[in-house]
Design a protein around this ligand. Structure first.
Ligand code: CUK
Ligand code: CUA
Ligand code: CA
Length: 590
């Protein structure tokens, strides 16, 4: 018997012993099979009984839905959507001047990479950033309110793609995947003159502080755990404009940008102005940018929790490249399988890499690979996923201390996994227990297409509000809170100001009488103090649709240009008399 085989038998026996012991434990306590020890089969418990809460929250990019899905883990229940780049009636998002200004003119987006804010390399639960690949934008979401609070347009780029923060969220970095001429007003120019860049955005002001031109397109990015480097894979170092051209070179590269050097160069004025921002030429500023060559057309780049290594995935090469961040040299190129795309990590020195073509996740030991151990030794386990995984996301996966318990495979294809729903299939997010040596698939979650990346944070790190403070709840739409009993209509400065309140099951004003042609400012406060009592206000004929959480105030403006009677009605089922909750807008003809 080979050494490997006898090892396997020993493991099998050890496994069996544990199984028998666990089974004994259950029969002794008459366990429900969903207790902490797991579902009677070993491994972690993923059942979250009705009434129980999830330990983690996952923030899923919703792709062309233009926002974020919030998912509880391990239950994999969708808890809400955060609208970001696209109007969403349910939340009244994009129906007032302020939120409309955030999303216009495009009013759609393609989100790929959520990036949770970090403090000392740990998710701090304060902010979430997410890119819009379609329109070159970056959004900021406040995790106290789960609302989009700012959207920035990144100048000079098309396709803002990879998104990452440094360990103290001094910057949000955004890659520009799709190269284009430096001067868009000129004719197409020679493809060889196209540019791509990496942008550093201030997380507070959301202004682009600086950009660095790169010698290839920047695709996926990550930041070293000491905050020194931002790394970007470039699959098109050829700067070609055809598929054949983009896969011509045997090796492409990972751009490594020294953040402190960029700051110094900006301070020393070594930049050129372009599209209103300060742009550094990566190749011209000393020690600013280095390129680590890796096999052709890499995709994901992920820094391991220790900060020692960055793993660049081969995509067209069956290997990952392990870059030592002290020397910026490739110190190992372990062979993993077909189509490696992205990596995540556990707390035991292992990496987990998706194999898009093999439809597997490969668990491998970074140290064993670096030490040049044979494949049987650095590959710890391989699991089938269904099918064609893109990203994968581990609990606390991008921090300096991943939890090593849950991993989700974000599969692009579901094929035969779910009931037929016509030719537009769901995608499949698979929950995997990584607490043991062998990965264990425990749950399939269908989702609408198509998420890319997700980040998963311990839920108790977040401190979301449940009921708005009246002043704060009025800020978003520059409204004025209306106290109970202070409902009124005022005419001044050529406008009609309507102040009213909403509570179960009435608006303070039963009738709002205005004259045709008057400019109306409607200001409504939900004066409820009980959590989860949400009211809506819709006057469809005037394009008005908002939702109001307890304590929240909204302000909408319109010109009463159509005479007649229009009901302002409540859009959230708030009480037994919800249907009766309405107020009459009477527009008297002039
Ligand atoms: S990309 Cu989609 S699977 Cu936008 Cu991170 Cu790799
Ligand atoms: Cu208020 Cu329904
Ligand atoms: Ca290439």
């Amino acid at each position: 018997m080979s050494k490997l085989r006898s090892k396997f038998v020993v493991r099998l026996l050890a496994g069996l012993t544990i199984l028998i012991l666990t089974a004994g434990l259950f029969s002794a306590c008459g366990g429900k099979g969903g207790s902490a020890a797991g579902n009677g089969k070993g491994g972690l418990d993923y059942t979250v009984e009705p009434g129980e809460k999830d330990e983690y929250l996952g923030f899923w990019s919703a792709g062309p839905f233009g926002g974020v899905w919030v998912v509880g883990l391990p239950s994999m229940r969708i808890l809400r959507e955060i609208p970001v780049f696209e109007q969403r009636a349910a939340y009244g998002y994009g129906f007032d001047a302020e939120t409309r200004a955030l999303i216009e003119p495009e009013n759609w987006g393609d989100t790929h990479h959520p990036a949770l804010s970090e403090t000392k390399g740990e998710y701090d639960g304060k902010l979430l950033f997410i890119n819009d690949k379609a329109n070159g934008k970056l959004a900021k979401i406040d995790l106290r309110t789960f609302k989009t609070v700012a959207i920035t347009r990144i100048p000079n780029v098309q396709g803002s793609h990879g998104t990452a923060v440094d360990p103290d969220t001094r910057y949000v970095f955004v890659a520009a995947e799709l190269e284009r001429p430096a001067n868009q007003s000129a004719d197409a120019g020679e493809p060889g003159s196209y540019i791509s860049m990496l942008s550093a955005v201030d997380p507070q002001t959301m202004l682009v502080k600086w950009q660095v031109l790169t010698p290839g397109n920047t695709d996926m990015i990550d930041v070293s755990k000491d905050g020194r480097y931002v790394l970007a894979t470039m699959y098109n170092t050829e700067m070609a404009v055809t598929l054949e051209g983009m896969i011509k070179a045997d090796r492409d590269g990972v751009a490594v940008i020294d953040i402190a050097k960029a700051e110094e160069a900006i301070a020393a004025g070594k930049y050129t102005e372009m599209g209103g921002t300060k742009v550094l030429k990566g190749a011209e500023v000393e020690n600013l940018l280095q390129v680590v060559p890796v096999p052709k057309n890499p995709h994901g780049v992920d820094v391991d929790p220790t900060g020692r290594y960055a793993i660049a995935n081969g995509k067209l090469s069956p290997t990952a490249s392990v870059i030592d961040l002290q020397t910026l040299k490739v110190v190992a190129e372990p062979e993993l399988g077909a189509g490696p795309l992205h990596s995540q990590f556990d707390d035991k020195g292992n990496a987990y890499t998706t194999m898009f073509l093999d439809s597997t996740i490969v668990k491998w030991n970074i140290k064993a690979a670096v030490e040049g151990k044979p494949k049987e030794e650095y590959i710890v386990d391989v699991i089938d996923v269904h099918y064609n995984p893109g990203h994968l996301a581990a609990a606390e996966g991008d921090t300096v201390s991943p939890d090593g318990n849950w991993l989700v495979s974000l599969n692009k294809l579901a094929k035969d996994r779910f009931t037929n729903i016509g030719p537009d299939f769901a995608e499949n997010e698979q929950l995997i227990d990584i607490s043991g040596k062998k990965m264990k698939l425990v749950y399939d979650m269908p989702i609408v297409p198509e998420p890319h990346y997700a980040q998963i944070i311990k839920a108790d790190k977040l401190k979301p509000i449940e009921v708005w403070d009246l002043q704060e709840g009025a800020l978003e739409t520059k409204a004025e809170p209306v106290a109970e009993g202070k409902d009124r209509i005022e005419r001044r400065d050529g406008k009609v100001y309507i102040y009213t309140t909403a509570r179960r099951s009435e608006y303070g004003l039963k009738e709002m009488r205005v004259k045709q042609g008057e400019r109306v400012v409607l200001n409504v406060t939900n004066i409820e103090t009980t959590k989860d009592i949400i009211h809506g206000l819709a006057i469809p004929e005037y394009g008005i649709n908002k939702s109001l959480a307890p304590g929240e105030t909204v302000r909408v403006e319109f010109t009463a240009d159509k005479p007649g009677v229009y009901w302002l009605y409540c859009t959230w089922f708030c009480s037994a008399l919800h249907l009766e909750m309405r107020s009459r807008l009477v527009v008297e003809s002039s």
